[in-house]
Design a protein. Structure first.
Length: 99
C-alpha cells in the first residue's frame, strides 16, 4: 500500500498495532479497519459456498507457481475452452512482468 493516509485509516497503528490487529473484532458489515477477525470473517463468507457449482476458489500461490494452469482452470470454470496459444497469451498478459 503506497498511500500512507489510507494505510493508517485502514490498518491498526501505534504501539500496540499488532495486538489490535490480532485480537480486534469488527461488527458484521464494519470492514473499515482490517483485523485478523475481518480477514477470517471474509474468508468464511465465501468458503461456506465453495460446494456450489458456480463458486470457484483460486489460490494466489497456485497462480504464482503455474499461472498458465490457473488461467486454464479459470477459463474452464467460466465455460470457455481456449486453444493453448490463447491461454499462453492470457497468462503472459496477466504476469507481473507484463503489468
Amino acid at each position: 500500500m503506497t498511500d500512507s493516509g489510507l494505510a493508517q485509516s485502514t490498518f491498526p497503528t501505534g504501539e500496540n498495532a499488532f495486538e489490535t490487529w490480532l485480537h480486534g473484532e469488527c461488527a458484521p458489515g464494519e470492514w473499515e479497519r482490517w483485523t485478523l477477525d475481518t480477514l477470517v470473517s471474509m474468508f468464511r463468507s465465501y468458503r461456506d459456498y465453495r460446494h456450489r457449482p458456480n463458486v470457484h476458489l483460486f489460490h494466489y500461490s497456485d497462480m504464482k507457481r503455474d499461472l498458465l494452469a490457473a488461467v486454464a482452470k479459470m477459463s474452464r470454470a467460466l465455460g470457455y475452452d481456449y486453444a493453448d496459444v490463447t491461454l499462453e497469451t492470457m497468462a503472459t498478459a496477466a504476469s507481473f512482468d507484463a503489468m
